[in-house]
Design a protein around this ligand. Sequence first.
Ligand code: FES
Length: 63
Amino acid sequence: MEEEEKIKPQAVIEILDDGPLVISGNFILKDLKRETESTPGEVKLCLCGKTSTRPFCDESHNK
Ligand code: FES
C-alpha cells in the first residue's frame, strides 16, 4: 500500500489466486483487433483459460 501512495498509479493490476487479472483505475482497453477503445474503469481478464468470453473472465474459474 505504501508503494502505491509513492507512485500514484493511474491503474492497479491485481493477480488473483486461481482467478482473473483485475485491472482497475484510469486506463484504456483496446479490443483484440485494436479497432475500438474503451475506458471501463475495471476489467477482469481470464488467466485460467476456461472462459467463454475471452479475454474476459466469466467466473468459470469457480466451477
Ligand atoms: S479467470 Fe475467471 S474464467 Fe478464467
